[in-house]
Write a protein that binds this ligand. Sequence first.
Ligand SMILES: *Cc1c(COP(=O)(O)O)cnc(C)c1O
Length: 423
Amino acid sequence: MHHFQYHSGVLHAEDVPLPNIAAAIGTPFYCYSSATLTRHYKVFTDALAGLDSLVCFSAKANGNLAVLRLLGDLGAGCDVVSGGELKRALAAGIPGEKIVFSGVGKTSEELTLALENSVGQINVESEPELNRLNGIATKLGKSAPVALRVNPDIHAATHDKIATGRREDKFGVAWEDAPRLYKAAHDMNGIDVRGIAVHIGSQITDLAPFEAAFSKVAGLVNKIRDTGIDIRTIDLGGGLGVSYKHDNATPPSPAEYGEVVKRTVGDLGCKVIFEPGRVIAANAGILVTKVIYVKPGETKEFVIVDAAMNDLIRPAMYGAHHDVLPISEENAGSPKTKMDIVGPVCESGDRFVRDASLAALKEEDLVVFMTAGAYGAVMSSTYNARPLIPEVLVHGESFAVIRKRPKVEDLWVLESLPDWMDD
Ligand SMILES: *Cc1c(COP(=O)(O)O)cnc(C)c1O
């Protein structure tokens, strides 16, 4: 459920007509709905009723300060995967104790930053990282709150690039190694062993791999506890998928996911941490773009829009589908034309839609790519010297620009000519 609907034939974000935003700030832009973010967060937390839980929104899905603040005000913490995201979460007002720090390659500087800001949990992914963290914490006179991220060797049916829980993936410590590493961690002065963490991938639309992974985790918790080491937190990661096609079978609901969680780890007496990103943010955001040209081709039309792969890379990177909606509902009913919708970037992969039969579009028409609130703006770049595009947050009848469109000249402010070149 989201709040991007037609009213009187015009697509709105909540109560704001999208053409009004386009007229005010130009195109392209990302637009997020506060009501949808709020709703998704509440549906997710409602599904966990009865559990001692903490929902840490995954900042890498959408790290805008206003988005993090909105979720933080609802009680969310943050899952971060770099020092930059850690600073972002703190800047958004997320308290350190509600921040979980994940990632395979945390540097000494990042681990120090995490300890200085008293993050709630550091998910350690390797023995060398454990040793490094112990050394840093000891030097600082601190005890680092640690969960070991284990690799459960579970194959979730998702895109290869976002499956993370298989033996051959770089993430987590090997399952067989976990008991030995828990013992080592327990004996370290700079480490406070708190819990266990798993994250098996993203855009997972089947509950079976979650159930398999969480059951394995429950078994490991008991095994570690049998060795006299207490496990107090279980971090189940993120990964719940969303529907990118409005007419497609919907992925499992948070409620069904919550049932799996309760069934597998609910009676271990642990605090359960979640790191959802996509399921909270994806359908809460859209990308609004404008048609520059309609170019007739031999077999189909090329509709060239002013957004490109640098703004939304998911189609080029993962072959991902995003539903396309015209801003005017009238257009939606017009005769269908076979078309590709492409951006201006000089790569054939800069294509949002291939061989689709859609209502005809013409120059200046506004079109919307749906389900762009997660892994959209955060993955954008300035390729082809295209400045990052604005982000807008809608709240009822109001909207605010929550990231401005930079000046083109800002792209090279950090660049300079070496002194052996002529001015
Ligand atoms: C990416 C990531 C998440 C969020 O995944 P979603 O599929 O967006 O829910 C959570 N935890 C970790 C460790 C991640 O890397």
